[in-house]
Structure formats: structure tokens, C-alpha cells
Design a protein around this ligand. Structure first.
Ligand code: ADP
Ligand code: ZN
Length: 601
């Protein structure tokens, strides 16, 4: 009975034919009155897990969300599906707030979004005491934990809700929580015997690749060449980098803007909105840009600098391809990034224990960036989802590394380190091996050591890649506390002085790596491109007349289905992905008319 009802709502209200993994389990758990912790990756479809129960149950459903932009986006999107949804936050006047209260009192079911500070005021709690609260959803629940990626003290106070509304089922949702954080969420929110639903973190539609941080602008231009009219984000570590990357891209005629915390609220809003409405295609941003973005058609994410941990990295690339269509991510990393991130950790006021954890997380991130085996598996293992078969959508799977005998390469590098009394940085080592005439090399007499110039046969990029592999394999250590100088380890001796061998993954330029990319997910590839463009225009008109971003009306995947199946009646149209009752009656005829018109030409 419940099963039929929730399927009906999924189809009628949201226009989807089937549930994604764990959605049905989560919805059923909530409807049966259980507390629930749902961990699903970004784009996994968490929202529906509280929105569907909210529509089944009479009364008011409370959704706690940390960011105004996020709330507004969801509210607009729900309203476009004909659902009674509201948000109360600091930008809502008391007059508007009263209007919302009076609407809620006449709705049979409604969804109310609030930030924790607002929800926990005594006035609001008293108001809710008088209402029939049917469920409480806590979005971005990892904010409750100091072990999480984005701790917010006000989230800790949400525990009050369970004391105040002990009978109301609570569902906590997050896309980013390792197992310690998951346990912490359950404890901090005082969830009682919760159903613990842990979805796969794999995002099959995102192709993952990584490159050393050299020639980044050139690589970025090559990368985005395939994405001319599509939206993407470039994450940078500093404000200055955001501006300079945006500048360089603009000088090549690309529409890029920057976004960081040093800009005024208005400037930021301008960039944010224009990005949402597809007027700006590329945003170079610090991580301040992101959590509030629910835009489903971001096609790519580039990390200009390496993020501080895998949680952050995976969350950021997860902002691409939320519509399930193919998306691509590219990570750059360099020793300079590591040094900078490490100095942030060392200079912070946090406890020693916290610093150690952060430092280990940074090491894992660096290993990931330089891995020569399946990157997806490294991430899944990190989040406790152990798997060994290759993913098929990361650079290392698409182009498995060719292994070469690395003994001589390793010996040359180690010997130079040894003969310089362990005083070389990576850059110096490469210069010594390639026989550089840089003055610093001469100054220290490194041009006189035996290995000087012994590695001329390899390019600096080759050397950088091999040295990194040797570091990751434990043959060389970087002494971060001493100007990042290279040291030998107990493993080095066997190779340098003994007869131990080793293999290295042959370094291949990324350009070659990316060419024979597989299509990671199934999508409609044959459709009428001309009609697709026309339908995009129809969508743009509807979106601008309603003052909402285009993707809120229909995603590209829906338009592509229309341009493939060419429905010529509303009944046929209702079978298109993303078409629910409300969108069918509101927009159906515009698209059907355009399709018929196209047919008659
Ligand atoms: P999350 O909050 O987990 O990041 P969302 O709830 O924003 O993800 O959902 C991501 C996208 O997937 C949205 O565009 C949403 O409408 C869509 N979606 C959710 N559930 C389904 C489903 N069962 N079938 C098809 N699309 C879905
Ligand atoms: Zn892989």
C-alpha cells in the first residue's frame, strides 16, 4: 500500500519512474516512524527521501539546512513541481513570514526550510508546538561533527529537537562522512535506534583524472575545449589564484569570472546568480563557492590546487553531473600545494590530535593525486566501502599504466640524494639529474657530484612523476619540517646498494591519456540536434518568464529525450524523464507544440 503510494508520488510530483538506490528504503523507514541516517553521495538524490514522506504525511515537515541559497533553490524547484514549500531565513521579512504561516495553516501538507539558528529560537519552537510536525530532516548533517568536513557549532544544538519532539521521526542526511563522523552524527543528534543507510559513494558518471601541476593554464584550455557552452568550476586555494586564473582564461576569450570571500556580498551574488542562470559558464573560486549550489548541469570541475583532504575533493567534484549525465573532473597537484596546506595545519590553533588527523588526511590526498591504480577505489576504500575491481571511469582505468623496470631510475635519484647529503628539494634533484646550469646548483657544488647530468634522457615531467612515485612507495621521504628536502629511507638501501628491483608506472602525457575515453554512462546519443536547440529556447523563455534558472524547468537529459522520442501529445509527453503532473500541465503544451511545429517544417 505504502509502496504504491510513494511510487505514485514519485511519478506524479517529480516525474521519475523509479527510485535510485536506497531512496525507497529511506522513505519507507521514515514513514514507518524510524529515525534514519542516510549517507548518499552528492547527486544521489537525498532530497526526495524527505520530500516524498513530507507529501504522504499530513502536517508540516521541517527541513534544516545550513545555507540560504540552498534552501531557496530547493523551494523554487519544489514549487515548480506544485508542492507547498517555504523557507524562513534572514532575507524573509516578517510580513512574508506571516504570509507563510497563514498558507501553512491551510495546506494539508507542507515543507518548511530553516537554518538551525532560526529553528531553535524559542518563538519558533513554540509555534511548532502548536502545529502537527510530521517529520524533521537534517540536511548536511556532517556539520554536527567536529570530525566532519564543515563543523558548525549551531548544528550541535539541534539535539534539542529530539527532546522537544521525541515522537517525530528524524532523518539526517549527508554526502560526506567517514565512519567516525557517521557515529558522531547519530550521537550528537540523539537519534534513537536509527536505520543506518549507507549508499555507494561511486559516481559512475564522473570521469576522474589527475595531472601534475605544470602548465596548468594550457591543460585547462585543452580540457575545456570540449565543453564550450557548458558550465564548470575551477577551484583554487587562494583568492589571488582565482583572479589570475579567471584573467588568463578571459584573455583567451573564455567567459570566466571569479568568486571568493574577499568580494562584497553583491559582487558574489552577481556571479552566483549568473552562473545559476547559465550567463557565466566558468567560475574560478575558492571553496566558499559551492555548498549553496544545487545546479544540476555543471559538466566539469577542475582543481587548480590540490584540496586538503579527500572528503573535500570528492564533495567538490560531486557538484558536477548531478543530473546523472556524463561529467568530468581534473585534479592538479604540486609539492607547493602540499607545503602550503601543511603550513595551514601547523599554524592553526587546533589541538595536537586534530592536527595529526588533518596531516594524515593530507598525505592520503597526495597519494591519491599521484596514484597509478584505480582512483575511484582509493576513494571508496577511504570511505569504508572496500572494493577492488576497477571502476572504468578514472584515468588509470581508462589507460592503465604500463609498468617499466624502475631500478636504474630509482638508483640515479637516490644516489644524487645520498651524495648531496640529503640537501636537495624535488626541484633541485631534477636539476641535478638533468645537469642544469642554474646558479643555485653551482653555488652548493652539486654540479660536481657523480650523478650530475645522469638523467638527461628523461624530461623534467618524467622525473617529477617518478620521484613522486618513489615517495609514495616509501623509497624516498620528503622532510616537510626541513624545507621539504629529500631523504632516503630504510627501503632505499636495498635498491641503492643491494640487488633489489622495483617497477614504476610509465609516465604518459595526459593529452594521450584522455583521448580514448569511454562513455561512462548510458545516455541518449541519437537525437535531433536541431530540435534540441529549439527546445532549449522554449525552456529559456519559460525560465525567464518565471524568473528561475533553466535547469529548474527541465534538465538537458529531459530535453534530449524529447528530441529523441518527439512526443506529439501530452500523454506521450508525460513519459519523458522529469515530467510530473505539474510540469505536464504547466509546460507540456509549449514543448509539444514546438515538436509538432518542427515536424511540419
Ligand atoms: P543530493 O541532495 O543527494 O545531492 P538531489 O536530491 O539534489 O541530490 O538530487 C540530484 C538530482 O537527481 C536532482 O536533479 C533530482 O531531481 C534527481 N533525482 C532524484 N531522484 C531521482 C530519481 N529517482 N530518478 C531520477 N532523477 C532523480
Ligand atoms: Zn578506476
Amino acid at each position: 500500500m505504502i509502496k504504491n503510494a510513494i511510487h505514485q508520488i514519485l511519478k506524479d510530483k517529480f516525474g521519475y519512474d523509479r527510485f535510485r538506490p536506497l531512496q525507497e528504503e529511506a522513505i519507507t523507514a521514515v514513514l514507518e516512524g524510524h529515525d534514519t541516517l542516510l549517507v548518499l553521495p552528492t547527486g544521489g538524490g537525498k532530497s526526495i527521501c524527505f520530500q516524498v514522506p513530507a507529501l504522504v504525511k499530513e502536517g508540516i515537515s521541517i527541513v534544516v539546512s545550513p545555507l540560504i541559497a540552498l534552501m531557496d533553490d530547493q523551494v523554487i524547484s519544489l514549487r515548480e513541481n506544485g508542492i507547498n514549500a517555504y523557507a524562513i531565513h534572514s532575507n524573509v521579512s516578517s510580513h512574508e513570514q506571516n504570509l507563510i504561516y497563514s498558507k501553512i495553516s491551510s495546506d494539508s501538507a507542507s515543507i518548511l526550510y530553516m537554518a538551525p539558528e532560526r529553528l531553535l529560537t524559542e518563538n519558533m519552537l513554540r509555534y511548532l508546538d502548536t502545529m502537527n510536525v510530521s517529520l524533521i530532516a537534517i540536511d548536511e548533517a556532517h556539520c554536527v561533527s567536529v570530525w566532519g568536513n564543515d563543523f558548525r557549532p549551531e548544528y550541535e544544538k539541534l539535539r534539542i529537537l529530539k527532546e522537544r519532539f521525541p515522537k517525530v521521526p528524524t532523518i539526517a542526511l549527508t554526502a560526506t562522512a567517514d565512519s567516525a563522523t557517521q557515529k558522531d552524527i547519530i550521537e550528537k543528534l540523539a537519534l534513537t535506534e536509527p536505520k543506518h543507510l549507507l549508499g555507494s559513494f561511486e559516481r559512475k558518471n564522473i570521469t576522474i583524472s589527475a595531472l601534475p601541476g605544470t602548465d596548468r593554464i594550457k591543460e585547462i584550455r585543452k580540457f575545456i575545449y570540449n565543453y564550450k557552452d557548458e558550465a564548470g568550476i575551477i577551484y583554487c586555494l587562494s583568492r589571488k589564484a582565482c583572479e589570475s586564473v579567471a584573467d588568463s582564461l578571459q584573455s583567451f576569450g573564455l567567459e570566466a569570472a571569479y568568486y571568493h570571500a574577499g568580494m562584497s556580498g553583491d559582487e558574489r551574488k552577481f556571479v552566483h546568480n549568473n552562473f545559476l542562470y547559465d550567463k557565466i559558464k566558468i567560475v574560478c573560486a575558492t571553496i566558499a563557492f559551492g555548498m549553496g549550489i544545487d545546479k544540476s548541469n555543471i559538466r566539469w570541475v577542475i582543481h587548480y590546487n590540490m584540496p586538503k583532504n579527500l572528503e573535500g575533493y570528492y564533495q567538490e567534484i560531486g557538484r558536477s553531473g548531478r543530473d546523472g549525465e556524463p561529467a568530468e573532473s581534473l585534479l592538479f597537484s604540486s609539492y607547493a600545494d602540499v607545503v602550503k596546506l601543511r603550513s595551514f595545519i601547523d599554524g592553526s590553533e587546533a589541538s595536537e590530535q586534530f592536527k595529526i588527523v588533518q596531516s594524515q588526511k593530507l598525505n592520503r590526498m597526495w597519494e591519491f593525486a599521484n596514484a597509478s591504480n584505480c582512483r575511484t577505489n582509493m576513494i571508496l576504500n577511504y570511505f569504508g566501502e572496500f572494493r577492488s575491481e576497477a571502476c572504468g571511469h578514472c584515468d588509470n582505468c581508462l589507460n592503465p599504466a604500463e609498468m617499466i623496470d624502475g631500478k636504474v631510475i630509482a638508483q640515479k635519484a637516490m644516489s644524487a640524494i645520498y651524495r648531496s647529503q640529503e640537501r636537495l628539494t624535488v626541484r633541485n634533484l631534477i636539476d641535478v639529474l638533468r645537469g642544469s646550469d642554474r646558479s643555485e646548483i653551482k653555488k652548493w657544488g652539486w654540479d660536481r657530484i657523480k650523478t650530475f647530468g645522469a638523467g638527461k634522457d628523461l624530461s623534467p615531467e618524467d622525473w617529477r612523476a617518478y620521484i613522486t612515485q618513489l615517495v609514495n612507495m616509501g623509497y624516498i621521504e620528503i622532510d616537510y619540517l626541513n624545507y621539504s628536502k629529500l631523504k632516503l629511507t630504510k627501503l632505499s638501501k636495498g635498491v641503492l646498494f643491494g640487488d633489489e628491483g622495483l617497477s614504476l608506472a610509465k609516465f604518459i602525457w595526459q593529452e594521450k591519456k584522455r583521448t580514448n575515453k569511454k562513455e561512462p554512462v548510458q545516455k541518449i546519443t541519437e537525437y535531433d540536434i536541431y530540435l534540441f536547440r529549439e527546445l532549449k529556447k522554449v525552456r529559456a523563455e519559460i525560465a525567464s518568464s518565471r524568473g528561475v534558472p533553466a535547469y529548474i524547468i527541465f534538465g538537458d537529459a529531459s530535453l534530449r529525450e524529447m528530441a529523441h522520442y518527439k512526443p506529439k501529445s501530452l500523454v506521450e509527453f508525460s513519459n519523458i524523464k522529469g515530467v510530473g503532473e505539474y510540469k505536464l500541465t504547466e509546460f507540456g503544451s509549449y514543448f509539444v507544440d514546438k515538436i509538432k511545429e518542427d515536424e511540419n517544417q
